[in-house]
Design a protein around this ligand. Structure first.
Ligand SMILES: NC(=O)c1ccc[n+]([C@@H]2O[C@H](COP(=O)([O-])OP(=O)(O)OC[C@H]3O[C@@H](n4cnc5c(N)ncnc54)[C@H](OP(=O)(O)O)[C@@H]3O)[C@@H](O)[C@H]2O)c1
Length: 435
């Protein structure tokens, strides 16, 4: 039985909601680094309660098994829990539990990007109302310090844009397609075998996970609320080995990018596969690694790179948050709360400007090229380079455009789809990172 904390104690009691991949690593790290944490931060952290679905499962935790139970509600309500650490994942019951913790005046540390990206406004308002901390470093980029640099270290900068690789699963798949010539399906199967992808890979492959992270980063970078549905989203399932090979011949690498920009006081946020020049620092981000490339008038360019997931790496971010929150509790203060103090509109995707790669299967006969070029011209999209691959039934045309408005480019694509000599619009990719 853990005693009630007296106000002079330098020990803070942590209630864990979840002890899976990240939660178990946090419990181990708090135990193995106990002395160092105490010496560095002047307070010690003790895990007093843990809620899991199955408390009887052997987890090999450095913890009295009597501290494990199956009721997260009891953990939040317990008198011997000062800080709630939510590592269950999913929107409910995590949302209700976090709101209950705030109601009880308890700060929360979480890694739950899905919840923050969809219900961030409600959670931050509730934390503000009770003047308690809500820390979430691990929600984006796993073990890479990203949230605090954006929220605190870069207060003196007005960021213009970020481009990030924020999903390790899709980056692993694209790396295997590019380096081993695998098809998307084979690369996905390999990612699943190695534990990089879930049995149901939809959230990663369709870009939902990256869109949630993009929303969180954009909210902080531009001091305005951006939710997951505000982020334009395309996944990587349509990227083919053929696209990757054309990209390489052109000097590009294909990545799933999360991009957000501030222009004329409105925010554009999008997640989609794109070609980036192979010399761009993000092109060197391989396997399941993540990186975020920040741009601003004072810093120029800064890239934060590292392991975007994994229990141990992610646990370091959670422990960092726990120590910070504990110090605030002990000093009766609070960290930087919600920074979304501005109302900014979202720019529609059609207003975006960019360059495009387009691959067409076409009839191989004289005059086809001028018919196709006319469709580009009619929509005001100019062609930067074009060449033909194959002949006869196999004829393909590859185009790279100059910068054009997304709306104009999509109109061009619709026009090409209706043009008789165009057998198929085989693929489209945006080209990023060149200006
Ligand atoms: N894994 C990563 O690399 C990573 C990286 C960054 C962020 N995150 C985020 O961290 C969070 C946790 O991820 P994870 O990979 O550690 O998940 P996980 O391995 O699936 O662990 C979830 C834990 O929560 C418990 N749990 C789930 N629902 C519960 C319920 N209703 N009542 C009681 N316990 C419940 C599970 O209990 P049982 O063990 O009994 O099933 C398990 O211990 C998620 O929000 C995730 O997005 C993960």
């Amino acid at each position: 039985m853990v005693p009630e904390r007296d106000d002079t104690s330098r020990t803070l009691r942590v209630g864990m909601l979840g002890a899976g991949t990240v939660g178990a690593a946090v419990i181990r790290l708090l135990s193995s680094h106990r002395e160092e944490i105490e010496l560095r931060s002047g307070c010690s952290l003790e895990v007093t309660r843990v809620a899991v679905r199955d408390p009887d499962k052997d987890r090999y935790l450095p913890l009295d098994p009597a501290r494990l139970g199956s009721s997260p509600e009891e953990v939040v309500a317990a008198g011997d829990v000062d800080i709630v650490c939510e590592l269950m994942g999913g929107e409910e019951p995590a949302r209700t539990l976090i709101l209950d913790a705030f109601d009880r005046g308890k700060p929360v540390v979480t890694a739950n990007k899905e919840l923050l990206a969809n219900s961030g406004r409600e959670l931050f308002d509730a934390a503000d109302a009770k003047a308690v901390d809500l820390y979430f470093e691990a929600s984006v980029g796993g073990g890479i310090p990203l949230i605090r640099p954006l929220k605190e270290s870069l207060t003196g900068e007005r960021l213009r844009r970020f481009i990030g690789i924020v999903n390790g699963t899709t980056n692993f798949i694209l790396t295997r397609m590019s380096e081993d010539g695998l098809s998307f399906d084979d690369a996905l199967a390999q990612a699943q075998q190695l534990g990089y992808a879930e049995a149901d890979p939809t959230a990663d492959v369709e870009g939902f996970d990256a869109a949630a992270k993009c929303a969180i980063l954009a909210s902080i970078a531009f001091n305005a609320r951006v939710s997951a549905p505000d982020v334009y989203r395309e996944g990587i399932a349509a990227v083919s080995a053929e696209d990757i090979s054309y990209a390489e011949r052109l000097g590009y690498t294909v990545k799933l990018l999360a991009i957000a920009e501030l222009e004329d006081d409105s925010i554009a946020a999008r997640v989609h596969p794109a070609m980036i020049p192979s010399a761009h620092p993000l092109a060197a981000v391989r396997e399941a690694f993540n990186a975020v490339f920040l741009e601003g008038p004072h810093i120029g360019q800064v890239m934060l790179y590292g392991p975007g997931a994994g229990g141990d790496a992610t646990a370091t971010a959670v422990v960092g948050d726990l120590v910070t929150v504990a110090r605030h509790v002990l000093s009766g203060s609070r960290g930087v709360g919600c920074t979304c103090f501005l109302e900014r509109g979202m720019r529609p995707m059609d207003d975006m400007e960019g360059q495009y790669y387009l691959l067409l299967n076409v009839e191989d006969r004289p005059g086809v090229l001028s018919e196709i070029a006319a469709v580009f011209g009619d929509n005001g999209v100019s062609i930067r380079s074009m060449w033909q691959e194959g002949a006869g039934e196999e004829a393909q045309l590859v185009f790279i455009t100059h910068r054009a408005r997304e709306g104009a480019f999509q109109k061009t694509v619709r026009g090409l789809e209706e043009l008789p000599p165009v057998r198929e619009v085989r693929s489209i990719l945006r080209v990023e990172g060149e200006e």
